[in-house]
Write a protein that binds this ligand. Structure first.
Ligand SMILES: NC(=O)c1ccc[n+]([C@@H]2O[C@H](COP(=O)([O-])OP(=O)(O)OC[C@H]3O[C@@H](n4cnc5c(N)ncnc54)[C@H](OP(=O)(O)O)[C@@H]3O)[C@@H](O)[C@H]2O)c1
Length: 327
């Protein structure tokens, strides 16, 4: 018997319960992974609250989480490129990462290089790979641009700050407090806007000499949509990559009025396949870490049983950088 967080109905953090589970042996194409760290991501909150639908069969419920690191302790038939003892991480696959041990499709496992610790890797899988696909694939940055990035002191945000600095990109980052502003700046965010006391649009115009920015990466959603559109240059791009404050609804006519704006709502799963591409993305991320251009450690740690507390902290904006559960 091992422990896992499961939930049987959508709702507040209290629906997350620690339960005994039987894990069993891996079948064909599968590997059993003993977790060392489990990453908490905002998307887990969308699943817990029901904003993203998940099947919750009567009496069975569901696991939660899709992002963890650990050690492979068994592999099933037909698995050749992952072996027992490998240190691995993952960010896609079935829900259920909030667990001590689990069986996973081997094809989603990413081997971790020597020199990248498990705790660092736990901040990189979903969050670092998100920075990779946003900056290198969705709206590819060339270096030299000035960009607006919302939630710059968040889990994805602190890695994005460092990635932007490494590329020679000037990041203007929004944060809610002066403390978060200091942390974002220390991670490479060139300019911060403290949203509790500053106007996003006024500050962006001031910093860019009235020109605005060519791209906004907006994971906050509902609360920042209008400001994001008003900060863009004509024919600029809004990358709407999250909805931490609530869903985004856009009237297409508004996009014309605001300057023939391009909008995309990207999802990781469309940028990470096939496996060879996922491994290339991870290699690029690990290279930044191994070269010292990106440094990342969890800033909040909770026991697995305290997953609900971790969610409370994340959704009430009390966290900075990455949050992990320790199984
Ligand atoms: N599309 C994709 O493939 C993809 C992949 C990964 C993540 N994401 C998205 O990227 C975002 C960041 O994820 P994360 O896990 O790293 O979370 P996070 O950025 O660590 O946490 C969310 C942050 O958003 C800010 N925020 C602004 N308004 C908020 C509100 N009403 N409620 C809660 N937070 C609010 C807060 O920062 P301040 O206090 O500084 O405002 C908060 O710390 C999420 O929206 C997530 O869904 C998308």
């Amino acid at each position: 018997m091992t422990h896992a967080i499961r939930f049987h109905q959508t709702g507040g953090p209290e629906v997350l319960k620690l339960e005994n589970v039987d894990v069993g042996e891996p079948g064909p194409g599968q590997a059993r992974v003993r977790h060392t760290y489990i990453a908490v991501n905002f998307i887990d909150i969308y699943f817990r609250t029901g904003r993203y639908p998940l099947a919750l069969p009567e009496g069975v419920g569901s696991g939660l989480g899709s992002d963890a690191v650990g050690v492979v302790e068994a592999v099933g038939p037909g698995v050749s490129d992952i072996k027992v003892g490998d240190r691995v991480g993952y960010l896609i696959g079935p829900q259920g990462a909030y667990s001590q041990v689990r069986v996973m499709p081997a094809e989603v496992l990413i081997p971790l290089p020597d020199g990248v610790s498990d705790s660092t890797a736990a901040t990189l899988m979903m969050k670092g790979m998100t920075a990779q696909y946003l900056f290198r694939q969705v709206y590819p940055l060339l270096g030299g641009e000035t960009i607006l990035y919302h939630a710059a002191a968040g889990g994805v945000g602190l890695i994005a700050c460092q990635w932007a600095r490494a590329m020679g990109v000037t990041m203007i980052g929004t944060v809610s407090t002066d403390e978060k502003a200091e942390i974002a700046k220390a991670n490479g965010c060139a300019h911060t806007i403290v949203t509790s006391r500053e106007s996003i649009v006024e500050r962006v115009k001031e910093i860019t000499g009235g020109k605005g920015v060519p791209v906004v990466y907006d994971s906050v959603g509902k609360d920042t949509l209008m400001a994001s559109l008003d900060c863009l240059q004509p024919r600029g791009s809004l990358v709407s990559n999250g909805t931490s404050s609530g869903p985004v609804v856009i009237d297409s006519q508004l996009l014309a009025v605001k300057g023939s704006i391009w909008v995309t709502r990207p999802a990781m799963m469309h940028y990470i396949q096939p496996r060879a591409h996922m491994l290339d993305m991870a290699r690029e991320l690990f290279d930044h870490v191994l070269a010292g251009r990106i440094a990342s450690e969890p800033r909040q740690r909770f026991a697995l049983a305290e997953a609900g507390e971790a969610h409370r902290a994340l959704e009430s904006r009390k966290t900075v950088g990455a949050t992990v559960l320790v199984p």
